[in-house]
Design a binder for this molecule. Structure first.
Ligand code: SAM
Ligand code: CA
Length: 220
């Protein structure tokens, strides 16, 4: 019995990718273009994108929410896995990055599935709640400003149906969560978010050490 997750050396990580990540030209191209950006590290890894696509298919998801689009990679992974009539409400505040996203969504033939809302995500989520969209979504991916994770989570929990899934990214925050010298607002927010979810009886829970840590919470 193993009590630990295996430590991925660069060589082992490369192996994992080589035997599991399926090449998709448009995703590779977006990854390459994003690599030129100063904040390229914000993009999720291909294996995480593929996991999210798998979850979308397992859930039979049709309507999803994405909080934090950047250049559109995670939304593209989800959009490619959704049926043709599927829909993503995508939230971001940055026009330049999301213009790159729009270009690739179009190139991939999934632009019709994605409604981009260029506004603070809390505003967009509150509008969905005002419109009465409670229990109307199957999946939500939280990957924007860390200080709002708890706020995003609470709204998403209302917006998704029982049995639906919330995925929250960066929950290990580069290891800062266990470094007591790190007391910045983002790190504290992630720690508090993780702690609250552990005891949240409204969801089934798993924290997966993929990428920078991904928490999956299934609404009961
Ligand atoms: N999911 C993306 C991917 O895999 O490529 C990465 C998202 S990146 C880590 C975070 C994004 O959140 C940035 O594009 C940023 O503009 C956006 N963001 C930051 N604060 C926001 C807010 N209040 N509302 C909506 N988006 C926000
Ligand atoms: Ca992230």
């Amino acid at each position: 019995m193993s009590h630990f997750s295996i430590q991925l050396t660069p060589q082992l990580h490369q192996y994992l990718q080589s035997v599991s990540v399926r090449d998709q030209e448009v995703l590779n191209a977006l990854q390459e273009e994003t690599a030129q950006e100063e904040f390229a590290r914000m993009q999720i890894s291909p294996e995480q994108g593929q996991l999210m696509a798998l979850l979308i298919k397992i859930l039979g998801a049709e309507r999803t929410i994405e909080i934090g689009v950047f250049t559109g990679y995670s939304a593209l992974c989800v959009a490619l896995a959704l049926p043709d009539h599927g829909q993503i409400i995508a939230c971001d505040i940055d026009e330049r990055w999301t213009n790159i996203a729009r270009r690739y969504w179009k190139q991939a033939g999934v632009a019709h599935k994605i409604s981009l809302h260029l506004a603070p995500a809390l505003q967009t989520l509150d509008q969905l709640l005002i419109e009465g969209q409670q229990d109307r979504f199957d999946f939500a991916f939280i990957d924007a400003d860390k200080e709002n994770y708890q706020n995003y989570y609470e709204r998403c929990l209302t917006l998704i149906r029982p049995g639906g899934l919330i995925a929250a990214d960066n929950v290990l925050w580069g290891g800062s969560v266990v470094d007591s010298t790190k007391q910045d607002a983002d790190t504290r927010a992630i720690r508090s978010f993780n702690q609250q979810l552990r005891d949240d009886e409204r969801v089934d829970l798993s924290m997966i050490p993929i990428g920078d840590g991904l928490t999956l919470a299934r609404k009961r």
